[in-house]
Design a protein around this ligand. Structure first.
Ligand code: NAD
Length: 315
C-alpha cells in the first residue's frame, strides 16, 4: 500500500480563503477589522522571521497586525502590566506572546495573563478547560492540536472508536489533541497517550489505526512501527544534516556550511508504504497550524462582535 499524502498546503489555502471571505463580509457589516498583536520580548533572529511571516499571512486575509517590541531586560511585573493594557484595549482582538521569552520571565505565567477572550493560542486555563467538556464547542483551541484534527478530518475517514495512539504528551499538542479527539463532537476515538516514560513504544504504535506523533526526534517512528493502513499524522519538526548515498554529510557549495533539511519524527519514506494517509514534513501539519491561528483571531473577533456561529465547524 502507498499512503495518500495529506496536503497541508492545500488544506491551508482552503481555510485561508474561507477566513478571507468571512472577514470581508464582516468588515462590510461592522465597519471595523480584527487586529492581532504580537508581544516580542528581546531580540531573536528566528522570532523576527516568524513575526514577518505572521504579519504577511494576517494581511493576506484582512487581519491587521501590530507588534509590541519590549526590552529583553523587562521585569516580569512590568511585562504583566503591559499585557494587562493590551487586554483592556478595544482595538486589539487577539494577543500572541512570541516564544521563547528570556530566562528570567516565567513563560507560563505570561501566557496565562492573556485575557481568555484575546487568547488566540487557546492556551489559557478557561479555553483549555472547555476542551474537557463533551458537547461544548470551544471558541478557540491550541492551533497545532486543531491542525492535527483538520488533517484527520480531511481524509474523510470515520474516526469513531478508532484505536488512536498519540506519541508526546505536551501541553500544546499531545494533551489538547487527546481531549479534542475524545470529544463526542468528534466521534470519540479510543486514545492511548505515549511519552518519554512509555515502555515498548512499538507495541502501542503498531496497533494504532490513527498514529499522531509530536515528539521532536527525527527517525523515532520507523516504518515497521506503523500498522498497515494507518493514518499517520507527523507533527514533529526537526532540522537534520543532509547525507549523501554513502552516509556522509553534504556541504553546501555556496555557503561552505553543512546542508540541512527539515524532517518530521516519522521515517516518511518507509511509513508511506504502510499508511493509508500520511502528512509530509514540511507541507503537512505545520502549514495548517499557521492559518488556524488566523481562524482563532476570526472566532475571537466574531465573539466580540456578537456574531452567531463562533464555533469550530470541524468539532
Ligand atoms: P515537547 O518537548 O514539549 O514534548 C515532547 C513530548 O515527546 C513529551 O511529551 C515527551 O514525553 C515525548 N517524548 C520525548 N522523547 C520520547 C520518546 N523517545 N518516546 C516517546 N515520547 C517521547 O514538544 P512539543 O512542543 O510538543 O513539540 C513536539 C514536536 O512538534 C517538535 O518537533 C516541535 O517542533 C513540533 N511542533 C510542530 C508544530 C507544527 O505546527 N507542525 C507545532 C508545535 C510543535
Amino acid at each position: 500500500m502507498t499512503g495518500k499524502i495529506i496536503d497541508g498546503n492545500a488544506i491551508a489555502e482552503r481555510i485561508k480563503k474561507e477566513i478571507r471571505d468571512e472577514i470581508e463580509k464582516l468588515k462590510k457589516k461592522h465597519n471595523g477589522s480584527p487586529c492581532l498583536t504580537a508581544v516580542c520580548i528581546g531580540e531573536n533572529p528566528a522570532t523576527k522571521v516568524y513575526v514577518k511571516n505572521q504579519k504577511q499571512t494576517c494581511e493576506e486575509v484582512g487581519i491587521e497586525y501590530g507588534m509590541e517590541q519590549l526590552d529583553g531586560k523587562i521585569k516580569e511585573e512590568e511585562l504583566l502590566g503591559k499585557i494587562n493594557e493590551l487586554n483592556k484595549s478595544d482595538r486589539i482582538t487577539g494577543i500572541i506572546i512570541q516564544m521563547p521569552v528570556p530566562n528570567h520571565i516565567n513563560a507560563r505565567k505570561i501566557q496565562m495573563s492573556v485575557a481568555p477572550d484575546k487568547d488566540v493560542e487557546g492556551m489559557t486555563p478557561p479555553n483549555l478547560g472547555n476542551l474537557v467538556y463533551a458537547g461544548i464547542n470551544p471558541v478557540v483551541a491550541p492551533c497545532t492540536a486543531l491542525s492535527v484534527v483538520e488533517c484527520l478530518k480531511s481524509t474523510g475517514v470515520e474516526l469513531k472508536g478508532k484505536e488512536t495512539v498519540i506519541v508526546g504528551h505536551s501541553e500544546i499538542v499531545g494533551k489538547p489533541v487527546t481531549l479534542m479527539l475524545l470529544s463526542s463532537l468528534l466521534e470519540s476515538v479510543t486514545p492511548t497517550v505515549c511519552h518519554i516514560a512509555t515502555r515498548d513504544l512499538t507495541s502501542y504504535t503498531k496497533r494504532a489505526e490513527i498514529l499522531i506523533v509530536a515528539v521532536g526526534k527525527a527517525g523515532l517512528i520507523k516504518g515497521d512501527m506503523v500498522k498497515d493502513g494507518a493514518i499517520v499524522i507527523d507533527v514533529g519538526i526537526n532540522r537534520v544534516n543532509v547525507k549523501d548515498e554513502k552516509g556522509n554529510d553534504v556541504i553546501d557549495e555556496k555557503t561552505g556550511k553543512q546542508k540541512k533539511k527539515t524532517v518530521g519524527d516519522v521515517v516518511f519514506e518507509d511509513a508511506v508504504k504502510r499508511a493509508s494517509f500520511i502528512t509530509p514534513v514540511p507541507g503537512g501539519v505545520g502549514a495548517v497550524t499557521t492559518v488556524l491561528l488566523l481562524k482563532n483571531v476570526l472566532h475571537l473577533w466574531k465573539m466580540r462582535l456578537g456574531e452567531p456561529d463562533i464555533t469550530y465547524k470541524i468539532l
